[in-house]
Ligand binder design. Structure first.
Ligand code: MG
Length: 250
């Protein structure tokens, strides 16, 4: 099932996307997914970020080949950092280079959307807390990441968390093809079976100390092949079984 968040005119709704129609949901998808039997046309709708995370928790160096690429050792425990709610944008929204940033990189990632409040969840129970999966672009000011000890502005600037285009609820996160295309040219391509820490391990690790709320997103890390984006570029993040998240650089 594909869950969308969308706007028609001034009205924002959640819905279930089926072919080119959206069945409106009675409420958010976090209290049980209930259709209203009322339908909107996809062509009339503007898709928004499919969830409104209180925070994104991203994972660094979680693919073996990416760790080699940036000449870092694979961490012994997941390397986590925050991306704030204010960094979130949706499909087709513009990524804006902050003044002074010299190198703006894309990072294709599988995003995990949390469905219910999760505190101290075991690895065995972890998947019960997942609503579904989406494409995520961990946009990074690489020059700032190199010079700053903490990655607050390098990873958390406005527009640095494109999410979408929807949440796919039926997916095995253990073998998803994660790809990026810059101006139509494939730059990254790797399966999540190359992840150092898999999704249940990440949920258990994070919720050991941080409560995840409905709509929060875990960005599971990027494979090898990162590179800079220039003004006017089109960046697409594709995750197998989900779809394509497309944004342009303002
Ligand atoms: Mg990343």
């Amino acid at each position: 099932m594909k869950i969308v968040r969308y706007r028609i005119g001034r009205k924002t709704s959640y819905g279930i996307l089926k072919d080119n129609r959206i069945e409106r949901l009675a409420s958010t998808p976090y209290r049980g997914i209930k259709g209203t039997g009322k339908f909107d046309k996809l062509t009339d709708a503007r898709l928004l970020a499919p969830c409104l995370p209180s925070k994104v928790i991203a994972i660094g160096l979680n693919y073996y080949k990416h760790a080699q690429e940036v000449k870092q050792e694979v961490p012994k425990e997941p390397l986590t950092f925050f991306k704030p709610s204010t960094s979130v944008i949706g499909p087709e929204d513009k990524i804006v280079r902050p003044p002074g940033c010299q190198q703006l990189d894309y990072e294709a990632e599988l995003g995990v959307v949390i469905g219910k409040t999760a505190t101290r969840v075991s690895k065995a129970d972890a998947m019960q807390y997942v609503l579904g999966y989406t494409c995520f672009n961990d946009v990074t000011a690489r020059d700032w990441q190199r010079i700053d000890k903490q990655w607050t502005r390098a990873k958390g600037s406005d527009t640095f968390s494109p999410i979408g285009p929807w949440i796919e609820t039926q997916l095995d996160p253990g073998n998803v093809l994660v790809e990026s295309y810059l101006n139509g040219v494939r730059k990254q391509s790797s399966s999540t079976n190359d992840l150092v820490f898999d999704v249940p391990t990440l949920i258990a690790f994070i919720t050991n100390s941080i409560t995840l709320l409905p709509g929060d997103v875990i960005a599971t890390g990027t494979p090898a092949g990162i590179a800079p984006m220039q003004t006017g570029d089109v960046i697409e993040i594709k995750c197998g079984g989900i779809g394509t998240l497309k944004n342009t650089i303002a």
